[in-house]
Design a protein around this ligand. Structure first.
Ligand code: GDP
Ligand code: MG
Length: 440
Protein backbone atom coordinates (compact mmCIF):
# COMPACT_ATOMS: atom_id res chain seq x y z
CA UNK A 1 0.00 0.00 0.00
CA UNK A 2 0.87 3.69 -0.18
CA UNK A 3 1.74 3.92 3.50
CA UNK A 4 4.28 1.15 3.33
CA UNK A 5 5.82 2.62 0.20
CA UNK A 6 6.20 6.05 1.72
CA UNK A 7 7.58 4.73 4.98
CA UNK A 8 10.18 2.80 3.04
CA UNK A 9 11.14 5.87 1.06
CA UNK A 10 11.54 7.96 4.20
CA UNK A 11 13.47 5.29 6.02
CA UNK A 12 16.28 5.84 3.51
CA UNK A 13 16.62 9.35 4.93
CA UNK A 14 16.96 8.21 8.49
CA UNK A 15 20.09 9.36 10.21
CA UNK A 16 21.10 11.68 7.40
CA UNK A 17 22.40 15.09 8.27
CA UNK A 18 21.80 17.90 5.85
CA UNK A 19 19.96 16.76 2.74
CA UNK A 20 21.44 17.55 -0.62
CA UNK A 21 19.39 18.56 -3.60
CA UNK A 22 20.11 15.14 -4.95
CA UNK A 23 18.71 13.43 -1.83
CA UNK A 24 15.51 15.41 -2.13
CA UNK A 25 15.20 14.68 -5.82
CA UNK A 26 15.65 10.96 -5.25
CA UNK A 27 13.10 10.87 -2.48
CA UNK A 28 10.58 12.84 -4.46
CA UNK A 29 10.97 10.52 -7.42
CA UNK A 30 10.01 7.65 -5.13
CA UNK A 31 7.13 9.60 -3.60
CA UNK A 32 5.88 10.40 -7.07
CA UNK A 33 5.91 6.73 -8.06
CA UNK A 34 4.22 5.70 -4.83
CA UNK A 35 1.42 8.19 -5.44
CA UNK A 36 0.89 7.14 -9.03
CA UNK A 37 0.81 3.53 -7.97
CA UNK A 38 -1.80 4.48 -5.39
CA UNK A 39 -3.91 5.65 -8.32
CA UNK A 40 -3.70 9.35 -7.57
CA UNK A 41 -4.58 11.60 -10.49
CA UNK A 42 -1.50 12.43 -12.60
CA UNK A 43 -1.88 16.22 -12.51
CA UNK A 44 -2.44 16.14 -8.79
CA UNK A 45 0.78 14.16 -8.31
CA UNK A 46 2.71 16.54 -10.52
CA UNK A 47 1.58 19.61 -8.62
CA UNK A 48 2.15 17.92 -5.30
CA UNK A 49 5.71 16.82 -6.03
CA UNK A 50 6.61 20.25 -7.35
CA UNK A 51 5.25 21.92 -4.24
CA UNK A 52 7.07 19.61 -1.85
CA UNK A 53 10.36 19.87 -3.72
CA UNK A 54 10.25 23.66 -3.69
CA UNK A 55 9.54 23.81 -0.02
CA UNK A 56 12.10 21.14 0.84
CA UNK A 57 14.84 22.95 -1.02
CA UNK A 58 13.69 26.37 0.10
CA UNK A 59 14.83 28.34 3.07
CA UNK A 60 12.23 26.91 5.38
CA UNK A 61 14.25 25.62 8.31
CA UNK A 62 13.01 24.51 11.66
CA UNK A 63 15.58 23.98 14.34
CA UNK A 64 13.54 21.40 16.16
CA UNK A 65 13.50 18.94 13.25
CA UNK A 66 16.27 17.10 11.49
CA UNK A 67 16.46 17.67 7.73
CA UNK A 68 14.83 14.33 6.99
CA UNK A 69 12.08 14.97 9.50
CA UNK A 70 11.50 18.25 7.76
CA UNK A 71 10.89 16.55 4.44
CA UNK A 72 8.38 14.28 6.09
CA UNK A 73 6.71 17.21 7.75
CA UNK A 74 6.44 19.02 4.43
CA UNK A 75 4.99 15.92 2.78
CA UNK A 76 2.54 15.60 5.66
CA UNK A 77 1.55 19.28 5.38
CA UNK A 78 1.11 19.12 1.65
CA UNK A 79 -0.92 15.91 1.81
CA UNK A 80 -3.16 17.65 4.32
CA UNK A 81 -3.49 20.68 2.07
CA UNK A 82 -4.33 18.48 -0.88
CA UNK A 83 -7.28 17.08 1.04
CA UNK A 84 -8.54 20.47 2.20
CA UNK A 85 -6.77 21.29 5.49
CA UNK A 86 -9.83 21.48 7.73
CA UNK A 87 -12.86 19.33 8.42
CA UNK A 88 -15.92 20.91 6.80
CA UNK A 89 -19.23 20.45 8.64
CA UNK A 90 -22.55 19.63 7.02
CA UNK A 91 -24.56 22.59 5.81
CA UNK A 92 -27.58 23.36 7.88
CA UNK A 93 -30.71 25.18 6.72
CA UNK A 94 -31.73 28.33 8.61
CA UNK A 95 -35.22 26.85 8.91
CA UNK A 96 -36.09 23.16 9.14
CA UNK A 97 -35.83 20.93 7.31
CA UNK A 98 -32.22 20.68 6.20
CA UNK A 99 -32.41 18.79 2.92
CA UNK A 100 -29.62 16.41 2.02
CA UNK A 101 -29.55 14.80 -1.40
CA UNK A 102 -27.38 11.73 -1.94
CA UNK A 103 -26.01 11.29 -5.46
CA UNK A 104 -23.53 8.95 -7.08
CA UNK A 105 -23.08 5.86 -9.21
CA UNK A 106 -24.78 2.58 -8.49
CA UNK A 107 -23.13 0.66 -5.70
CA UNK A 108 -21.14 3.63 -4.44
CA UNK A 109 -22.88 3.47 -1.09
CA UNK A 110 -25.62 6.13 -1.29
CA UNK A 111 -28.31 4.19 0.53
CA UNK A 112 -25.95 2.87 3.19
CA UNK A 113 -24.48 6.34 3.71
CA UNK A 114 -27.97 7.86 3.93
CA UNK A 115 -28.60 5.53 6.86
CA UNK A 116 -25.23 6.29 8.44
CA UNK A 117 -25.84 10.02 8.14
CA UNK A 118 -29.25 9.72 9.78
CA UNK A 119 -27.69 7.81 12.63
CA UNK A 120 -24.93 10.39 12.93
CA UNK A 121 -27.46 13.23 13.01
CA UNK A 122 -29.64 11.46 15.56
CA UNK A 123 -26.64 10.86 17.82
CA UNK A 124 -24.97 14.23 17.44
CA UNK A 125 -27.80 16.63 16.73
CA UNK A 126 -30.78 14.84 18.34
CA UNK A 127 -32.23 14.98 14.85
CA UNK A 128 -35.58 13.63 13.66
CA UNK A 129 -34.72 12.77 10.07
CA UNK A 130 -36.97 11.39 7.37
CA UNK A 131 -35.86 9.56 4.24
CA UNK A 132 -37.34 9.91 0.78
CA UNK A 133 -37.03 6.84 -1.43
CA UNK A 134 -36.07 8.41 -4.76
CA UNK A 135 -34.46 5.36 -6.36
CA UNK A 136 -37.41 3.93 -8.27
CA UNK A 137 -35.55 1.70 -10.69
CA UNK A 138 -34.41 -1.20 -8.59
CA UNK A 139 -37.32 -2.72 -6.62
CA UNK A 140 -34.88 -3.88 -3.96
CA UNK A 141 -33.65 -0.34 -3.47
CA UNK A 142 -36.75 0.77 -1.58
CA UNK A 143 -36.68 -2.32 0.60
CA UNK A 144 -33.01 -1.72 1.34
CA UNK A 145 -33.71 1.87 2.38
CA UNK A 146 -36.58 0.73 4.58
CA UNK A 147 -34.36 -1.81 6.31
CA UNK A 148 -31.70 0.81 6.94
CA UNK A 149 -34.34 3.29 8.14
CA UNK A 150 -35.76 0.78 10.56
CA UNK A 151 -32.31 0.18 12.04
CA UNK A 152 -31.82 3.88 12.74
CA UNK A 153 -35.43 4.44 13.74
CA UNK A 154 -36.44 6.99 11.12
CA UNK A 155 -39.44 7.02 8.74
CA UNK A 156 -39.27 6.55 4.96
CA UNK A 157 -41.51 8.31 2.48
CA UNK A 158 -42.02 6.09 -0.57
CA UNK A 159 -44.49 5.61 -3.41
CA UNK A 160 -43.22 2.39 -4.90
CA UNK A 161 -41.44 2.06 -8.22
CA UNK A 162 -43.82 3.34 -10.87
CA UNK A 163 -43.82 7.06 -10.10
CA UNK A 164 -41.68 9.97 -11.20
CA UNK A 165 -39.02 10.48 -8.54
CA UNK A 166 -39.45 14.26 -8.76
CA UNK A 167 -43.11 13.85 -7.84
CA UNK A 168 -42.16 11.53 -4.97
CA UNK A 169 -39.69 14.06 -3.63
CA UNK A 170 -42.31 16.80 -3.82
CA UNK A 171 -44.84 14.75 -1.86
CA UNK A 172 -42.17 13.59 0.55
CA UNK A 173 -41.17 17.14 1.38
CA UNK A 174 -44.80 18.01 2.08
CA UNK A 175 -44.98 15.05 4.43
CA UNK A 176 -41.79 16.14 6.19
CA UNK A 177 -43.18 19.63 6.64
CA UNK A 178 -46.30 18.18 8.21
CA UNK A 179 -44.29 15.98 10.56
CA UNK A 180 -41.81 18.76 11.30
CA UNK A 181 -38.82 16.58 10.48
CA UNK A 182 -35.65 18.62 10.87
CA UNK A 183 -33.68 16.66 8.26
CA UNK A 184 -34.78 15.11 5.01
CA UNK A 185 -32.40 12.71 3.34
CA UNK A 186 -33.19 11.98 -0.29
CA UNK A 187 -31.89 8.69 -1.60
CA UNK A 188 -31.56 8.73 -5.38
CA UNK A 189 -30.87 6.26 -8.16
CA UNK A 190 -27.46 5.67 -9.65
CA UNK A 191 -26.24 4.18 -12.90
CA UNK A 192 -23.13 2.24 -13.71
CA UNK A 193 -21.81 5.37 -15.37
CA UNK A 194 -22.86 8.97 -15.86
CA UNK A 195 -25.61 9.41 -18.46
CA UNK A 196 -27.88 12.26 -19.50
CA UNK A 197 -31.08 10.67 -18.32
CA UNK A 198 -29.76 10.27 -14.80
CA UNK A 199 -28.30 13.75 -14.70
CA UNK A 200 -31.56 15.20 -15.98
CA UNK A 201 -33.52 13.43 -13.27
CA UNK A 202 -31.13 14.54 -10.54
CA UNK A 203 -31.17 18.11 -11.84
CA UNK A 204 -34.94 18.18 -11.70
CA UNK A 205 -34.93 16.85 -8.13
CA UNK A 206 -32.42 19.53 -7.24
CA UNK A 207 -34.54 22.28 -8.84
CA UNK A 208 -37.56 21.18 -6.88
CA UNK A 209 -35.99 20.44 -3.49
CA UNK A 210 -33.28 23.12 -3.27
CA UNK A 211 -31.12 20.84 -1.13
CA UNK A 212 -28.79 22.43 1.40
CA UNK A 213 -26.38 19.65 0.77
CA UNK A 214 -25.77 17.58 -2.37
CA UNK A 215 -23.41 14.86 -1.27
CA UNK A 216 -21.58 12.96 -3.95
CA UNK A 217 -20.97 9.45 -2.66
CA UNK A 218 -17.78 7.95 -4.06
CA UNK A 219 -16.44 4.44 -3.85
CA UNK A 220 -12.82 4.99 -2.81
CA UNK A 221 -11.81 1.59 -4.20
CA UNK A 222 -12.24 3.03 -7.70
CA UNK A 223 -9.28 5.35 -7.21
CA UNK A 224 -8.93 8.21 -9.63
CA UNK A 225 -12.03 7.09 -11.51
CA UNK A 226 -13.90 8.29 -8.42
CA UNK A 227 -12.36 11.73 -8.89
CA UNK A 228 -13.31 11.80 -12.55
CA UNK A 229 -16.90 10.79 -11.84
CA UNK A 230 -17.07 13.36 -9.03
CA UNK A 231 -15.99 16.00 -11.50
CA UNK A 232 -18.79 14.94 -13.87
CA UNK A 233 -21.45 15.10 -11.16
CA UNK A 234 -20.11 18.42 -9.95
CA UNK A 235 -20.32 19.98 -13.41
CA UNK A 236 -23.98 19.00 -13.68
CA UNK A 237 -25.19 19.45 -10.14
CA UNK A 238 -22.72 21.72 -8.37
CA UNK A 239 -22.28 19.28 -5.49
CA UNK A 240 -21.63 20.65 -2.01
CA UNK A 241 -19.53 17.83 -0.61
CA UNK A 242 -18.21 14.31 -0.97
CA UNK A 243 -18.54 11.16 1.09
CA UNK A 244 -15.78 8.65 0.44
CA UNK A 245 -16.95 5.12 1.13
CA UNK A 246 -15.17 1.80 1.54
CA UNK A 247 -12.02 3.31 2.94
CA UNK A 248 -11.86 0.20 5.09
CA UNK A 249 -11.00 -1.71 1.94
CA UNK A 250 -8.94 0.85 0.07
CA UNK A 251 -5.26 0.59 0.83
CA UNK A 252 -4.15 2.92 -1.93
CA UNK A 253 -5.66 6.21 -0.91
CA UNK A 254 -5.80 7.58 -4.45
CA UNK A 255 -9.38 8.79 -4.32
CA UNK A 256 -8.93 10.68 -1.06
CA UNK A 257 -5.92 12.48 -2.51
CA UNK A 258 -7.39 13.31 -5.90
CA UNK A 259 -11.00 14.15 -5.32
CA UNK A 260 -10.64 17.43 -3.47
CA UNK A 261 -8.27 19.04 -5.91
CA UNK A 262 -10.15 17.75 -8.94
CA UNK A 263 -13.54 19.07 -7.78
CA UNK A 264 -12.60 21.77 -5.30
CA UNK A 265 -15.37 20.37 -3.09
CA UNK A 266 -14.73 19.17 0.46
CA UNK A 267 -14.76 15.57 1.55
CA UNK A 268 -17.11 15.73 4.52
CA UNK A 269 -17.37 12.15 5.68
CA UNK A 270 -15.69 8.80 5.19
CA UNK A 271 -17.33 5.39 5.33
CA UNK A 272 -15.19 2.70 6.87
CA UNK A 273 -17.42 -0.36 6.88
CA UNK A 274 -20.86 -1.66 6.09
CA UNK A 275 -22.28 -1.05 9.56
CA UNK A 276 -24.32 2.06 10.16
CA UNK A 277 -22.01 3.47 12.80
CA UNK A 278 -19.00 3.21 10.51
CA UNK A 279 -19.11 6.79 9.31
CA UNK A 280 -16.55 9.36 10.43
CA UNK A 281 -16.08 13.07 9.93
CA UNK A 282 -13.26 13.55 7.44
CA UNK A 283 -10.18 15.24 8.89
CA UNK A 284 -7.56 15.98 6.21
CA UNK A 285 -4.69 16.09 8.70
CA UNK A 286 -5.58 12.73 10.17
CA UNK A 287 -5.94 11.18 6.75
CA UNK A 288 -2.50 12.53 5.85
CA UNK A 289 -1.09 10.95 8.98
CA UNK A 290 -2.80 7.73 8.13
CA UNK A 291 -1.42 7.76 4.60
CA UNK A 292 2.04 8.44 5.97
CA UNK A 293 1.52 5.50 8.29
CA UNK A 294 1.62 7.57 11.45
CA UNK A 295 -1.52 5.94 12.71
CA UNK A 296 -4.63 7.84 13.40
CA UNK A 297 -4.03 8.72 16.99
CA UNK A 298 -6.50 11.59 17.00
CA UNK A 299 -9.36 9.54 15.67
CA UNK A 300 -8.60 7.02 18.37
CA UNK A 301 -8.76 9.73 20.99
CA UNK A 302 -12.00 11.11 19.59
CA UNK A 303 -13.52 7.67 19.52
CA UNK A 304 -12.46 7.12 23.07
CA UNK A 305 -13.96 10.39 24.14
CA UNK A 306 -17.40 9.39 22.95
CA UNK A 307 -17.50 6.79 25.69
CA UNK A 308 -15.19 8.52 28.04
CA UNK A 309 -16.15 10.89 30.74
CA UNK A 310 -14.18 14.07 30.22
CA UNK A 311 -13.20 14.43 33.84
CA UNK A 312 -11.87 10.92 33.89
CA UNK A 313 -9.82 11.73 30.83
CA UNK A 314 -8.37 14.77 32.55
CA UNK A 315 -7.49 12.76 35.64
CA UNK A 316 -5.78 10.26 33.41
CA UNK A 317 -3.80 12.93 31.59
CA UNK A 318 -2.74 14.35 34.94
CA UNK A 319 -1.61 10.94 36.09
CA UNK A 320 0.34 10.36 32.94
CA UNK A 321 2.07 13.69 33.36
CA UNK A 322 2.95 12.91 36.94
CA UNK A 323 4.00 9.45 35.88
CA UNK A 324 1.66 7.93 38.44
CA UNK A 325 -0.28 5.91 35.90
CA UNK A 326 -0.61 2.47 37.48
CA UNK A 327 -2.33 -0.86 37.04
CA UNK A 328 -5.58 0.43 38.54
CA UNK A 329 -5.73 3.04 35.82
CA UNK A 330 -4.75 0.36 33.35
CA UNK A 331 -7.83 -1.66 34.32
CA UNK A 332 -10.02 1.44 33.99
CA UNK A 333 -8.59 1.93 30.55
CA UNK A 334 -9.21 -1.65 29.56
CA UNK A 335 -12.83 -1.22 30.61
CA UNK A 336 -13.06 1.88 28.45
CA UNK A 337 -11.47 0.10 25.53
CA UNK A 338 -13.89 -2.79 25.83
CA UNK A 339 -16.73 -0.30 25.57
CA UNK A 340 -15.28 1.24 22.44
CA UNK A 341 -15.59 -1.65 20.07
CA UNK A 342 -13.46 -4.02 18.03
CA UNK A 343 -9.97 -4.02 19.41
CA UNK A 344 -8.06 -4.81 16.26
CA UNK A 345 -9.66 -1.82 14.59
CA UNK A 346 -8.64 0.44 17.44
CA UNK A 347 -5.14 -0.97 17.62
CA UNK A 348 -4.56 -0.13 13.98
CA UNK A 349 -5.02 3.53 14.79
CA UNK A 350 -2.07 3.55 17.14
CA UNK A 351 1.11 4.84 15.47
CA UNK A 352 3.26 2.04 14.21
CA UNK A 353 0.55 -0.57 14.60
CA UNK A 354 -1.28 -0.20 11.31
CA UNK A 355 1.60 -1.40 9.22
CA UNK A 356 3.22 -3.57 11.77
CA UNK A 357 3.32 -7.01 10.14
CA UNK A 358 2.87 -8.54 13.57
CA UNK A 359 -0.59 -6.99 13.69
CA UNK A 360 -1.77 -8.98 10.71
CA UNK A 361 -2.18 -12.11 12.79
CA UNK A 362 -2.97 -10.50 16.08
CA UNK A 363 -6.59 -10.40 16.91
CA UNK A 364 -7.03 -8.82 20.26
CA UNK A 365 -10.39 -9.86 21.51
CA UNK A 366 -12.48 -9.60 24.61
CA UNK A 367 -10.79 -12.75 25.90
CA UNK A 368 -7.33 -11.23 25.79
CA UNK A 369 -8.50 -8.23 27.74
CA UNK A 370 -10.09 -10.54 30.27
CA UNK A 371 -6.74 -12.31 30.63
CA UNK A 372 -4.99 -8.99 31.18
CA UNK A 373 -7.55 -8.08 33.78
CA UNK A 374 -7.18 -11.44 35.52
CA UNK A 375 -3.46 -10.79 35.83
CA UNK A 376 -4.00 -7.35 37.34
CA UNK A 377 -6.65 -8.68 39.73
CA UNK A 378 -4.11 -11.19 41.03
CA UNK A 379 -1.81 -8.39 42.10
CA UNK A 380 -1.89 -6.94 45.57
CA UNK A 381 -3.08 -3.32 45.86
CA UNK A 382 0.51 -2.25 46.48
CA UNK A 383 1.72 -4.01 43.36
CA UNK A 384 -1.00 -2.38 41.31
CA UNK A 385 0.09 1.02 42.43
CA UNK A 386 3.75 0.36 42.01
CA UNK A 387 4.67 -1.85 39.04
CA UNK A 388 8.34 -1.66 40.02
CA UNK A 389 7.65 -4.04 42.91
CA UNK A 390 7.03 -6.86 40.49
CA UNK A 391 10.11 -9.03 40.95
CA UNK A 392 10.29 -12.60 39.59
CA UNK A 393 8.80 -14.30 42.62
CA UNK A 394 5.88 -11.91 42.72
CA UNK A 395 5.36 -12.52 39.01
CA UNK A 396 5.28 -16.28 39.59
CA UNK A 397 2.69 -15.82 42.33
CA UNK A 398 0.57 -13.60 40.07
CA UNK A 399 0.80 -16.14 37.25
CA UNK A 400 -0.48 -18.99 39.35
CA UNK A 401 -3.14 -16.75 40.92
CA UNK A 402 -4.51 -15.66 37.56
CA UNK A 403 -4.12 -18.97 35.81
CA UNK A 404 -1.88 -17.41 33.17
CA UNK A 405 1.70 -18.34 32.33
CA UNK A 406 4.68 -16.46 33.74
CA UNK A 407 5.65 -15.50 30.18
CA UNK A 408 2.26 -13.94 29.71
CA UNK A 409 2.59 -12.00 32.94
CA UNK A 410 6.04 -10.78 31.91
CA UNK A 411 4.81 -9.76 28.50
CA UNK A 412 1.89 -7.89 29.97
CA UNK A 413 4.08 -5.97 32.42
CA UNK A 414 6.47 -5.09 29.65
CA UNK A 415 3.62 -3.85 27.46
CA UNK A 416 2.22 -1.87 30.34
CA UNK A 417 5.54 -0.13 30.87
CA UNK A 418 5.94 0.54 27.18
CA UNK A 419 2.54 2.10 26.84
CA UNK A 420 3.09 4.12 29.97
CA UNK A 421 6.31 5.48 28.49
CA UNK A 422 4.63 6.18 25.18
CA UNK A 423 1.79 8.02 26.85
CA UNK A 424 4.26 9.98 28.88
CA UNK A 425 6.01 11.03 25.68
CA UNK A 426 2.79 11.97 23.96
CA UNK A 427 1.70 14.06 26.91
CA UNK A 428 4.77 16.18 26.30
CA UNK A 429 3.11 17.28 23.08
CA UNK A 430 5.02 14.86 20.98
CA UNK A 431 1.97 13.64 19.14
CA UNK A 432 3.04 13.82 15.55
CA UNK A 433 4.69 10.45 15.55
CA UNK A 434 7.35 11.93 13.30
CA UNK A 435 10.05 11.56 15.86
CA UNK A 436 9.09 8.02 16.60
CA UNK A 437 9.14 7.17 12.97
CA UNK A 438 12.55 8.62 12.50
CA UNK A 439 13.85 6.51 15.29
CA UNK A 440 13.62 8.82 18.26
P1 GDP B 1 -25.90 2.59 -3.64
O1 GDP B 1 -26.22 1.77 -4.85
O2 GDP B 1 -25.06 3.78 -3.99
O3 GDP B 1 -27.11 2.98 -2.84
O4 GDP B 1 -24.97 1.69 -2.70
P2 GDP B 1 -25.35 0.85 -1.39
O5 GDP B 1 -25.59 1.74 -0.25
O6 GDP B 1 -26.42 -0.13 -1.74
O7 GDP B 1 -23.97 0.10 -1.12
C1 GDP B 1 -23.40 -0.84 -2.03
C2 GDP B 1 -22.58 -1.84 -1.24
O8 GDP B 1 -21.47 -1.21 -0.64
C3 GDP B 1 -23.36 -2.46 -0.12
O9 GDP B 1 -23.05 -3.84 -0.06
C4 GDP B 1 -22.85 -1.76 1.12
O10 GDP B 1 -22.95 -2.56 2.27
C5 GDP B 1 -21.43 -1.49 0.74
N1 GDP B 1 -20.85 -0.33 1.44
C6 GDP B 1 -21.30 0.93 1.49
N2 GDP B 1 -20.48 1.73 2.19
C7 GDP B 1 -19.45 0.95 2.62
C8 GDP B 1 -18.25 1.17 3.38
O11 GDP B 1 -17.93 2.28 3.84
N3 GDP B 1 -17.44 0.09 3.58
C9 GDP B 1 -17.75 -1.13 3.09
N4 GDP B 1 -16.89 -2.13 3.34
N5 GDP B 1 -18.85 -1.39 2.37
C10 GDP B 1 -19.69 -0.37 2.13
MG1 MG C 1 -29.13 2.72 -3.28
Amino acid sequence: GLSERLQKVFSTLRGKGKLSEDDVRKVMREVRMALLEADVNFDVVKGFVKQVRERALGAEVMDSLSPSQQVIKIVDDELTKLMGEEAVPLNKAPHIPTIIMMVGLQGAGKTTTAGKLAKYLINNDKARPMFIAGDVYRPAAIEQLKTVAQQVGAPVYEEGTDKDPVEIVKNGLAQAAENKNDYVIIDTAGRLEIDDKLMDELSRIKELAHPNEILFVADSMTGQVAAKVAHGFDEQLDITGVVLTKLDGDTRGGAALSIRSVTGKPIKFIGQGEKLDQLDVFHPDRMANRILGMGDMLTLIEKAQNDYDEKQAKDMAEKIRENSFDFNDFIDQMDQIQKMGPMDELMKMIPGMANNPAMANVNIGEKDIDHLKAIVYSMTPKERENPDLLNPSRRRRIASGSGRSVQEVNRMIKQFKQSRDMMKQMSKGNMSGLDQMMGG
